[in-house]
Write a protein that binds this ligand. Sequence first.
Ligand SMILES: Nc1ncnc2c1ncn2[C@@H]1O[C@H](COP(=O)(O)OP(=O)(O)OP(=O)(O)O)[C@@H](O)[C@H]1O
Length: 327
Amino acid sequence: MTAAPPAIGRDRAEPAIQTTGLTKVFGRQRAVDSLDLAVPRGAVFGFLGPNGSGKTTTIRLLLGLAAATSGEVRMLGEPMPAALRSVLPRVGALVEGPAIYPFLSGRANLLRLDAADRHAPAATRRTRVDAALDRVGLSHAAEKKAHAYSLGMKQRLGIANALLRPRELLILDEPSNGLDPQGTREVRHLIRSLADDGTTVFVSSHLLSEIEQLCSHVAVMSAGRLVAQGTLDELRHGRDRRITVRTPDPVAAAGVLTALGLAVDEPGTAASDEGTVTAALVEGVLAESVTAALVAAEVRVRGIAVAGETLEERFVALTGEGFDVAG
Ligand SMILES: Nc1ncnc2c1ncn2[C@@H]1O[C@H](COP(=O)(O)OP(=O)(O)OP(=O)(O)O)[C@@H](O)[C@H]1O
């Protein structure tokens, strides 16, 4: 007889976060407008958008810090906010900077924050706090007063607070905001190592470079609406990809590309020099199938390159705004 799968197995099949038609209206403004988000388990999910595009409002709705005007949220397989009490202990969050007492040490801050959690047993408090400090690389500075911490250290202390319990999901609102490059690197490394341990991470940012370096998935917000969502690769290779074949047999190569359904550029145009054949790639035709077809047709190939819009160009086109690229 086979045992029924454990409950945790069932809900693990669901996305870590799923929203359907999530909407928040302030007066006449739709800060979040019909948002359908799906954050897969195990993803480092970048929530990208210019300032004011609705990221923080969305995060507040996810965490039950604000009530939705309409729409649904499911988190870790449970409906929210109905299951808030059972779900929130499994979710660590850093929203709008950590609430830190400047004149207490890092350790004393965490002891205090842990004591505020009525589910946290006092007997194991020190062990828990030391483990969290160790996890974010602050053990050496545990006795230092928090006001003497760098911004990056303060952010890591805030993340340590979110990690006082084992978490399945971490929600971080602009964790690199205001950090210098060193602090940004520290936070990025920390997020990566948390993801390596299997934690799903949902991280908002207005910095494209940050999301590009860190995330497996990305959703792009613009004026309250979701304008793109997918893996980083899907977004990167979304459209307008062109393939260029360098060959001493351009006529034969053009024939192969045409047979594959690609629209080959007219020879003699700027994009198509002698010995070079270019075409727009279409959905379902991969560069590797083009290569295989050229080889099968015995076309001599000197080189193949695929180029497309950069992610930055894509996002600017999607949101109609520039992003801070370097921060
Ligand atoms: N409590 C509120 N009352 C009225 N309007 C609000 C409130 N909270 C947010 N807004 C508005 O909703 C829009 C989205 O704001 P939100 O803070 O979610 O954006 P964001 O993408 O997080 O931007 P930022 O990175 O600047 O915080 C903004 O125009 C903001 O002014």
